[in-house]
Ligand binder design. Structure first.
Ligand code: NAD
Length: 498
């Protein structure tokens, strides 16, 4: 073990991990003291007991959030004051980046180098960016006649619940919490049960940053308990959800069965990545195609899990992709040289292995990988896996696997590529590589996806919206557009002749 890796292991051993909820400005146990275990997928060891919040805790969090909202504890502050506190939170996340990155890695298995280079800087930047926006977004005056003044103002909704997944725990939360707070709402964050610890730590930083009690709460817990209680709660005004399509559908039902709360869904994907024979840089495209599916162990909503390669370059290109993939062997996530870590938990690993087995049983050709590795560590690792030309109706092509499994297929013409790419229940991301400008524009329009990348994949920053169409959901995270999800438009018509 090299020195850097030893240092991270030493830091991990010394880390004090808190598993409590954070409600109304204080850390607390769940009512009745119920907990569940946080297990590290790196080696299967127990990290902490986490508060298993249920109805009573959610009720308390919603009450605190509502009280703070109605009292104007946050929305009533001058915008520059809210901005200053959110900026402080961004700075504190930056100062604690090492600790927070370590928590992410221990809790969900991603490589420490990714947590440090991507998750933490992006999370801090997201809070800083929305903080900056607070005193720069103006409301409107309508062009009415001379007898009236009509204002169109954005009003915060009230109590927003953010329910998030485990693949980028702090970042997925930031994409919702930062704009919701910036817009003046009180927020209740429910992290995924597989990765609660960083959200719990974040609550302490929010407190240090001066976010008032009740304005930001964290209720860890199981989906069917804490998540459902938020979804059905009559006093939650909005659910901002990222997670699977199946759970997204539940939140729509919860809303219909309760108070018609707004529901914003960022759900699953099965994103196509298309490479034409006129690709301007085959080597680069092959590396990007490998990273598009194997980064973060394939646990990425926009993973380029369906690769479509034009006939003439199929074999050459797939050989290159396989070479890059073979170099991404899973390793110790606490080794800064490791580029691929552990699957989030044993259940996820078993589920992905079962999909691989089913694909083989169907007769799809396995070009690379397919096995669990590093079992001796006690953790949950799968090597990069590539299937050649499974049938279009195979589960390998149709279902989101959320693991390091690539399904590659051939196509002959532009029309065929588009037909295959759009033949999916999902519509999150789509990539295409071509040197033909006309084709790039033409196909970008025809691809049914919320995000299209040309001659790159998964690029973007906080300035552009992120989200999908079809069963990948609706509503957009990131950019100024995200603020609209957390505000109502109010029209005030004033007769100025009296
Ligand atoms: P999941 O749907 O199982 O869980 C997401 C959240 O919902 C968790 O907090 C969970 O506790 C909660 N939940 C689960 N069951 C619930 C229920 N019955 N009632 C209320 N809440 C419930 O998803 P996951 O496995 O954590 O995450 C993986 C999924 O997230 C994938 O489908 C992935 O594509 C998607 N995802 C989408 C985006 C995006 O921006 N579109 C980003 C990241 C992940």
């Amino acid at each position: 073990m090299n020195q850097d890796t030893q240092d991270w292991h030493a830091r991990a051993a010394a880390l004090e991990l808190r598993g409590q909820a954070y409600i109304d400005g204080a850390y607390c146990d769940a009512a009745g003291g119920t907990t569940f275990e946080a297990i590290s997928p790196i080696d299967g060891r127990r990290l902490a007991q986490v508060a298993a919040c249920g109805q009573a805790d959610v009720d308390r969090a919603v009450e605190a959030a509502r009280r703070a909202f109605e009292a104007g504890a946050w929305a009533g502050l001058p915008p520059r004051e809210r901005k200053a506190r959110l900026q402080r939170l961004a700075a504190l996340i930056g100062e604690h980046a090492g600790e927070l990155a370590l928590i992410e890695t221990l809790d969900m298995g991603k490589p420490i180098r990714d947590a440090l280079a991507f998750d933490l800087p992006e999370t801090a930047h997201c809070y800083a960016w929305y903080a900056e926006a607070i005193d720069k977004v103006y409301d409107e005056i309508a062009p009415t006649g001379p007898s009236a003044l009509a204002t169109i103002t954005r009003e915060p909704l009230g109590v927003v619940a953010a329910v998030v997944p485990w693949n980028y725990p702090l970042l997925m939360a930031a994409w919702k919490v930062a704009p919701a707070l910036a817009a003046g709402n009180s927020v209740i964050l429910k992290p995924a049960e597989q990765s609660s610890l960083s959200a719990i730590r974040l609550a302490g930083l929010a407190q240090d940053a001066g976010i008032p009690p009740g304005v930001f709460n964290v209720v860890p817990g199981l989906g069917a308990e804490a998540g459902q209680a938020l979804g059905l709660h009559p006093d939650v005004d909005c659910i901002a959800f990222t997670g699977s399509t199946a759970t997204g559908k539940r939140f729509m039902r919860y809303s219909g069965e309760s108070n018609l709360k707004r529901v914003w869904l960022e759900c699953g994907g099965k994103s196509p990545h298309i490479v034409f024979e006129d690709c301007p840089d085959l080597d680069r495209a092959a590396l990007v195609a490998a990273l598009a599916i194997f980064s973060n162990q394939g646990e990425v909503c926009i993973a380029g899990s369906r690769l479509y390669v034009q006939d003439g370059i199929y074999e050459t290109f797939m050989e290159k992709v396989a070479q890059h993939a073979a170099r991404l062997r899973p390793g110790d996530p606490l080794d800064p040289a490791t580029a691929m870590g552990a699957m989030v938990d044993e259940r996820q690993m078993r589920g992905v292995l079962a999909r691989i087995e089913a694909g083989q049983a169907e007769g799809a050709r396995l070009r690379l990988g397919g096995r669990q590795v590093r079992a001796e560590s006690g953790g949950f690792y799968i090597e990069p896996t590539i299937f050649d030309c499974p049938a279009q109706d195979s589960a390998l092509v149709r279902e989101e696997i959320f693991g390091p499994v690539l399904a590659a297929q051939r196509f002959a013409t532009e029309d065929e590529a588009i037909a295959l790419a759009n033949d999916s229940a999902y519509g999150l991301g789509a990539g295409l590589w071509t040197a033909n400008l006309g084709r790039a524009h033409r196909l970008s329009r025809r691809l049914k996806a919320g995000l299209v990348w040309v001659n790159c994949y998964a690029d973007g920053d906080i300035t552009v919206p992120f989200g999908g169409v079809k069963q990948s959901g609706f509503g957009r995270d990131k950019s100024l557009h995200a603020l609209d999800k957390y505000c109502d438009l109010k029209t005030t018509w004033i007769d100025i002749t009296v």
